[in-house]
Design a protein around this ligand. Sequence first.
Ligand code: PBE
Length: 311
Amino acid sequence: MTSKKWEKSLFLFGIVFLFMMLVGCSADDNKKRDSKSAESSGENNYSEEVDYTITGIEPGAGITVTTEKAIQEYDSLSGWELEQSSTAAMVTELEEAITNEEPIIVTGWNPHWKFAKFDNLKYLEDSKGIYGDVEVIKSLARKGLKEEKPNAYKLIDQFNWEVEDMESIMYEASETGEEVAEVAKQWVKDNPDKIKAWIDGVEDVDGEKLELVTTPWDSELASANVVAEVLRQKGFKVTITPVDVAVVFEAVANGDADATLAAWMPMTHKDFYKKFEDQFVDMGENLNGAKIGLVVPDYMEIDSIEDLQAK
Ligand code: PBE
């Protein structure tokens, strides 16, 4: 993977070098320098070119709240806007920008299939640590679940998987157009070894109901559907309700939902977590190695949020 990245970088470097040679030989010195040659000499106008706008996702997302904080904290982002729409719209804009080799700055995260699809993305360094470093995804249960539905609690508590597992489901769903729920079911069939550890000591039940609440992103639809499928095999009747992040926390806190597998901590959902802390049971992480931040295609010659310019 890393060496592939290297090869690709060298290849891209070669292309950029050739391009520069050609431009150098043929360009009329009086011609106005285009932005590409300005960038290669160390100056760039990326901030102006993206119109001081970060391409964001849904207003309710943790990464949206966190990015608003970043805009306040970084001098280099002063006067910037966060364009909020949807994850699908962000991905379309990212795809278009990459096709045309144009600059773009998006709110990005792992696990997400865009990192598998476009292998030329990079996170901008975040010296102030607004987005944190490594994120984990936690499972939360409503108070009383352990006592009332011990087998469901045990299974959810034992659920744990890798970034690659989650990403493979997301990627396959995005490539084939199949529902995440369907791909998740197949994943459960294909990974009996992983599931063995989750169901260790869990007894079968007879139609006990269980309500999982989740955020609407493919990452959390993947985990919810995988765990729901395993719970169903144990005899549970499971419903999955996708809602806004704020509602996920509220529903578990007030007992409307039994559990969620979708809490990104310590940064992404910090505000929501803090608001309802003590009103739910933190069951610990189910995935380690998630990440959020500002993401750009690697043909943009900047490394850090501080390389951007205030409006
Ligand atoms: N995400 C994906 C979510 C959590 C999962 C990073 C877009 C968020 O920002 O809340």
